[in-house]
Ligand binder design. Sequence first.
Ligand code: CA
Length: 227
Amino acid sequence: MFRLLIVEDEPATAAELATGLTRAGYHTTVAHSGEEALLTVLAQAFDAVVLDVMLPGFSGFEVVRAMRERGCAVPVLFLSALGAVADRVRGLQEGGDDYLVKPFAQSELQARIAALLRRGQPSQAAVPTVIQVGDLTWDPQQQRVTRAGKRLDLTPNELTLVALLLENRGQVVTRSQIARSVWQLEFEPPGNTIDVQVRRLRTKIDDPYDKKLIHTRRGFGYVLEDL
Ligand code: CA
């Protein structure tokens, strides 16, 4: 069964979409904001995302850009009341795969989703392949992290953090980079939030193993490397 993530902030529209697509035989999950959408799509496997553009906080455009930056290639169908050519072009430029202007018929939505799923994952060329550091591997398409062949069960924040460290393997990742990636903050979160987040990741990635891969660079940040 294909899994769809529906992102729509208006509860009635979200419910209507979920009902229609569930009836059409899809397994549906609903997110009501851009933040929730991003966390959900990075944490779980989906075959396609139906993404409203006008959302509180992160817009649909920002969500798809953040997804693509993190190597998430799930096809995206934008839904928007913004029907101008410029809006549609922007949606596709940001990494969307199709664009449907509201209001639309359920039958057209379903036909377009089916076409998207048939085409597979058009953004595949831009997707990085599996990244490996020592015996730690990250498969961005599957959103799967393994160490010594064992799959690690990570929360969305832990997944974002380890992806950031892996993308920058061998280089120091600063605390402000972590704040931006994990919490979308332009400043460091108060207290020891970052340290706690790194500690949690270490309990899963490093603690059970003799060889430590996450190293602290005091005053600078953290580096992931196989020394
Ligand atoms: Ca909306």
